[in-house]
Ligand binder design. Structure first.
Ligand SMILES: *Cc1c(COP(=O)(O)O)cnc(C)c1O
Length: 367
């Protein structure tokens, strides 16, 4: 039987991509804001219902650039329960990460614990909407307003998620998306910054193109983070299929929930209220009532060719470049540690078959 990985990109029929390739060959415009790049920015702005979007070569460069565009310095409050790029974007800017524990229900930054971590050096908060579940955007904004801090959301998991009738990407000062191959919407590698204001969008566009503001004027120490035409063309094609792909993810999510509901010691965190979800991940928590440890279950699945993933274990704060920070101390992050030790993300992607879901559940049940 073929191996099953935690995710697999949705690939539209190759024949549908060929006309885009022919157009690129005809245009001979491969990067630097070409026609497909312009079209994808416009279509994504409409699809997501946001003011402005700046496309990037990947999500990490979008995060690094987002922090630069707002001139964030000093200390930034963030979560240890995320992909390592969230905190790396701070170190790349010479900013000190300050880790704050997570909420046991949402697995996102616990707003009740943010204020105690603010110092005179704090300039911003970098929360992550983990698994596409919304952070407490209202409480976070209130704290930011009180202390004069910026809020930059790592919204890498959040493509197309609406919260209380608004796209989740509209909250905070800036949000970043990732279009990596493992994400719900992909351009092979890719990313974006969502911003509310044309002036900041211009600064971001300069920063991703070496800091060029005109033909002979360089206004900032920018990097090369531009999305190319092949990526943008693939994004345009993906966009035509993404609603269907999310709908299939929803069915798989429902199937797992139903079939796992009777398994003692396996908890499926419930989907948040007031949210239209994208079903980007299917996390389960392995509790002490389950006869195996999380790692034992993970190994057993592997023996059957099922590659689940321990997102996010270890915590970012455990990696060598972070573990010396006072806020990385294990006693500071008990909830995040507990979740990191119990969580396992099961395979979920549009082409996953019902029979595969049944097989995965059956292995979890111990059959
Ligand atoms: C995928 C991801 C990123 C990085 O995105 P890339 O496009 O791979 O650079 C950042 N943050 C989180 C939470 C992610 O999952």
């Amino acid at each position: 039987m073929k191996n099953i990985y935690v995710t697999q990109p949705y690939m539209p029929p190759l024949a549908e991509f060929l006309p885009y390739l022919e157009q690129i060959w005809e245009n001979k415009w491969l990067t630097n804001g070409g026609p497909f790049h312009q079209e994808l920015e416009k279509e994504l702005t409409d699809y997501l219902g946001v003011e402005h979007i700046a496309l990037f070569a990947n999500g990490t460069l979008a995060l690094v650039t987002a922090l630069q565009s707002l001139r964030i310095t000093g200390e930034v409050i963030t979560t240890p329960f995320s992909f390592v790029a969230s905190a790396h974007s701070l170190l790349w800017n010479g900013i000190k990460p300050v880790f704050v524990d997570i909420d046991p229900k949402t697995f996102n930054l616990d707003p009740e614990k943010i204020e105690a971590a603010i110092t005179p050096h704090t300039t911003a908060i970098l929360p992550v909407h983990v698994y596409g579940n919304p952070c407490d955007v209202y409480k976070i904004q209130k704290i930011a307003d009180t202390y004069g801090l910026k809020v930059i959301y790592d919204a890498a998991h959040t493509f197309g998620v609406n919260y209380k009738g608004e796209n989740l990407l509209r909250y905070g000062d800036l949000s970043i998306l990732s279009f990596h191959a493992t994400k719900v919407f992909t351009t092979f590698e890719g990313g974006a910054i969502i911003c509310p204001d044309a002036k900041i969008k211009k600064r971001i566009d300069d920063l991703k193109n070496f800091g060029y503001a005109g033909e002979v004027s360089v206004v900032s120490t920018g990097i090369n983070a531009k999305m190319n035409e092949l990526q943008a063309a693939f994004g345009l094609l993906q966009l035509k299929h993404v609603d269907k792909a999310i709908e299939r993810r929803r069915e798989i999510d429902a199937q797992y929930r139903e079939q796992l509901s009777s398994v003692l010691g396996i908890a499926c965190p419930s989907l948040p209220a007031d949210t239209t979800h994208n079903y980007s991940y299917f996390p389960i928590l392995i509790q002490k009532e389950y006869p195996r440890s999380r790692d034992e279950l993970n190994n057993k699945l592997r023996q059957h060719g099922i590659y689940a993933r321990r997102y996010f274990y270890p915590l970012i704060s455990e990696f060598p470049m972070y573990r010396g920070l006072p806020s990385a101390a294990r006693e500071n992050l008990p909830v995040a540690r507990g979740v990191a030790d119990k969580v396992l993300c099961l395979p979920i992607y549009p082409n996953l078959e019902n029979e595969s879901v049944e097989r995965i559940v059956s292995i979890i049940k111990g059959n």
